[in-house]
Design a protein around this ligand. Structure first.
Ligand code: MRU
Length: 357
C-alpha cells in the first residue's frame, strides 16, 4: 500500500461527548456542517429527511440513535420496562425508511444485545452503546476490506461509472463503491470516475462529486441520460454501484436508475459490479420482487430548490429505488471477497463465511 490514506477526513456519523453527531448531507456541497443530537426522536427524523442517507450510514445512525435514547431515557423501575421502551424506539427507527435492510439489521442487533444484558437497566444502557460503537468501527473496517477486494478487479488505469452516492457519506466512512475506488488509488492505480447526477435528489452530483474532489480523485459529473453514449464510446471500464438490499438470488435494490445502467452495461459488455457489505444481503427474501420500494414525495421531482418546474396537476412517479436482476450483475464485492456467479449458492457462501468471522 502507498502512503495515501484516503477517505479518513469524513466521518458521517459519530459519538462525541455523549452526543450523536451527523454531517448534514442536505447542506452539501455548499457547506460542510455537523448537527449534534441529544434526542433520539430527532435522529429518526434525520433519517427520514435524509440529513443522513445511504444504507450502512442509516443502519449505524439508527444503532447509535437507540444508544442515545437509552442514555437519556426517563428512569425505568425494571429492565423489562426499559426493554419495552427500546422496542418502541426500534419500531420508530424501522419506520423511518423501508428499503435499506441495514436499518433493520442494525436495530435488531442492538435489541439482541439489550435483551442479553437484561439483568439491569444500567447494564443494558452500557451494552447498547458499546454495540453501536462497535458497529461504527466495524463499518469502517468492512469498507476497507471490501475496497481492497474490489480494487483487484480494476485495470491499472480505470474509468469507473457510479450512480448515486455509495461513498464515505453513505457509510461511516471510506464507502463501498467509492471505497473500491479509494482502495485502487491507494494501491497505485489511476482511477477516474464518472458520477451520474442521480435525479431527483442529485446525490451523485452533490455528494459523490464533492467527496471525491475532497480526496483529489478525478471525477466528472454527467447527467443520468449520458451513460449510454459514454459506454458506446468505450469510455467506461466498469460500473460500480452500492446496494440497499440484496435478495437471496442476487437481485439488488439500489437507487432508481441503477437497473437502467445495468441494462446499458450488459448491452455494451461493460462489467457491472455491486459493492456492499454482507449486512446488505437479505437472505430471507428469495427474490428482488419482494423488496419494499420506498415511494417519496412527488415534490422531489416537480420542484428544484423550492421552485415548481413541472406543470400543475400532472401525476408524478417518484420511487426512490429499483431492482436490478441478478443476471445483469457480474459480481458482488463484499468484505469476505468478490462473489462471482452462480448466485444460487449465495446463501451457503455468505452463511459459511460469516460463521468463520
Ligand atoms: O436514498 P439514498 O440516498 O439513501 O440512496 C442511497 C443509495 O441508493 C446507495 O447506493 C445505497 O444506499 C448504498 S450506500 C453504500
Amino acid at each position: 500500500m502507498s502512503e495515501k490514506r484516503l477517505g479518513t477526513a469524513l466521518q458521517t456519523v459519530e459519538w462525541r461527548e455523549g452526543r450523536l453527531v451527523l454531517i448534514d448531507q442536505n447542506a452539501l456541497p455548499h457547506r460542510l456542517t455537523y448537527i449534534t443530537y441529544t434526542d433520539w426522536q430527532d435522529v429518526v427524523e434525520a433519517i427520514r429527511t435524509m440529513v443522513v442517507r445511504g444504507a450502512p450510514a442509516i443502519g449505524c445512525t439508527a444503532a447509535l440513535g437507540m444508544a442515545l435514547g437509552a442514555q437519556y431515557s426517563p428512569p425505568f423501575a425494571t429492565s423489562d420496562a426499559f426493554l419495552a421502551h427500546l422496542e418502541r424506539m426500534a419500531q420508530a427507527f424501522r419506520s423511518a425508511r423501508p428499503t435499506a435492510v441495514n436499518l433493520f439489521w442494525a436495530v435488531d442487533r442492538v435489541l439482541a444485545v439489550a435483551r442479553a444484558a437484561s439483568d439491569s437497566v444500567e447494564h443494558i444502557r452500557q451494552a447498547v452503546l458499546e454495540e453501536a460503537l462497535r458497529m461504527l468501527e466495524e463499518d469502517l473496517q468492512i469498507n476497507r476490506r471490501l475496497g481492497y477486494h474490489g480494487a483487484q478487479l480494476l485495470p491499472q488505469h480505470a474509468s469507473v461509472l457510479t450512480h448515486c452516492n455509495a461513498g464515505a457519506l453513505a457509510t461511516v466512512g471510506y464507502g463501498t463503491a467509492l471505497g473500491v475506488v479509494r482502495a485502487a488509488v491507494e494501491l497505485g492505480k489511476t482511477v477516474e470516475v464518472y458520477a451520474d447526477e442521480t435525479r431527483p435528489r442529485l446525490q451523485g452530483m452533490k455528494l459523490t462529486a464533492w467527496e471525491l474532489a475532497q480526496d483529489s480523485i478525478p471525477v466528472t459529473i454527467i447527467t443520468d441520460n449520458m451513460a449510454a453514449v459514454l459506454m458506446r464510446e468505450g469510455k467506461i471500464d466498469c460500473v460500480i454501484v452500492g446496494a440497499d438490499r440484496i435478495a437471496a438470488n442476487g437481485d439488488t435494490a439500489n437507487k432508481i436508475g441503477t437497473y437502467g445502467l445495468a441494462v446499458l452495461a450488459h448491452y455494451h459488455r461493460v462489467p457491472f459490479y455491486v459493492a456492499a457489505p454482507v449486512s446488505t444481503f437479505d437472505l430471507r427474501l428469495p427474490s428482488g420482487d419482494l423488496i419494499p420500494i420506498e415511494q417519496r414525495d412527488p415534490q422531489e421531482v416537480t420542484h428544484i430548490q423550492g421552485n415548481r418546474i413541472a406543470p400543475e396537476g400532472v401525476p408524478v412517479l417518484n420511487p426512490a429505488f429499483d431492482v436490478t436482476p441478478a443476471e445483469l450483475i457480474q459480481a458482488f464485492i463484499t468484505e469476505i471477497g468478490v462473489l462471482q456467479p452462480p448466485f444460487d449458492t449465495l446463501h451457503e457462501r455468505l452463511i459459511g463465511a460469516s460463521s468463520h468471522h
